[in-house]
Write a protein that binds this ligand. Sequence first.
Ligand SMILES: *Cc1c(COP(=O)(O)O)cnc(C)c1O
Length: 439
Amino acid sequence: MGQENYTNKIIKEVSDLKEIFWLNSKLKPYEEAKSLINLNTEAIDDAEERLNKFAPLIKKVFPETELTNGIIESPIKEIEKMRQQLEISYETKISGKLLLKMDSDLPIAGSVKARGGIYEVLKYAETLLLENNMISENDCYSKLAEKEYRDFFGKHTIQVGSTGNLGLSIGITSAALGFRVVVHMSADAKQWKKDLLRSKGAEVVEYDSDFSKAVEEGRKMSDADPMSYFVDDENSINLFLGYSVAARRLKKQLDEMNIKVDEEHPLIVYLPCGVGGAPGGITYGLKTVFKDNVHCFFIEPTHSPCMLVGMATGLHNDISVQDVGLDGKTHADGLAVGRPSKLVGKMMDHLLSGIFTLDDYKLYNNMRHLHFSENIDIEPSACASFEGPIKFETSEQGKEYIKKYNLEDKLNNATHIAWATGGVLVPKEINDQFLKTYL
Ligand SMILES: *Cc1c(COP(=O)(O)O)cnc(C)c1O
């Protein structure tokens, strides 16, 4: 099938709310792809060093990071019982190991947003202090918890538009450092997230509309105030770099587990995608570390597959899911984004292997499977990640991909990682309701 016909077929299926598995025909060998991306590994080095530099401050302000010395990182765990459960429930095959990367447990924000969001706030705080000659590069940043600095931060406002979790991350961190912070929440945002933010001292503005509108309004209000900084989820390179640091730390974790990633041992990673920043940043980082031995896939809900629509048509942020007749409404609140990031889609053009979409009912089924097989709870959006391993090996497109990249004989050596993007802050009674939800 020609490329144009393939795109038309995909968009038709997307409009018909079919579950699909789209293969990215623009994927290139890493060495070729990297020269087409306007970013390099030094940018990740810089982000990693900055996070290390801020670690003493983080440890002071967030005592829950005491054990890791102010480094915000999550565990990774093999979930063999879940692998078996998925094979039975979906009559599928998942060769090799299945691991869960538990960003659901990340301290402070309880989701993958702790990576990008906290990094962005720290970077902004540092920029402000350097501009005002209040610190020098060699200072120990733990002193930024002192009154003098908090008072200074208090004169500045940070604003952000969010479906929930980015707001938690930016809101909690900004408030903890002493900033005034305003979070613009879309209609999808859960009440408990708004309540939690207010309890931490953030201002929450609620909208009846979707994420794009919350971002637009937030940006307007922030732009009108010279002392306000807007965290732009649709375009932020800082968010992206904060996420990208995950990859090197993951490599260390895999090394410690004696899990090999090389030409004979492929790594296949499944990342739930909203606007694209988190999965995009992580994918970029993973590609710089594992190059062609890592295969990254995004997962989106059938009602809101914005990255898929943007990448498949090549229109990126110039198209929305509403433009192809979808309502954008999904139980995956963290993925309820109608228009993809301007920055990320283009960077993913030659790095991303493909995108899966899934029906909402599976979010809850997968949540129950994980709860009962492994006694682990993650939020519904994060459960989208399991669609990858369910479909990768047995679907027609998966078979095509496996053949194209010579993976047939290597699948028994493969490591699959489902990226659990959120969960630990979900209140118990709400988690219990999720576990009882059948669509
Ligand atoms: C935000 C979020 C994602 C996706 O991140 P994007 O940067 O929006 O693509 C995935 N899962 C959860 C739980 C999230 O909160």
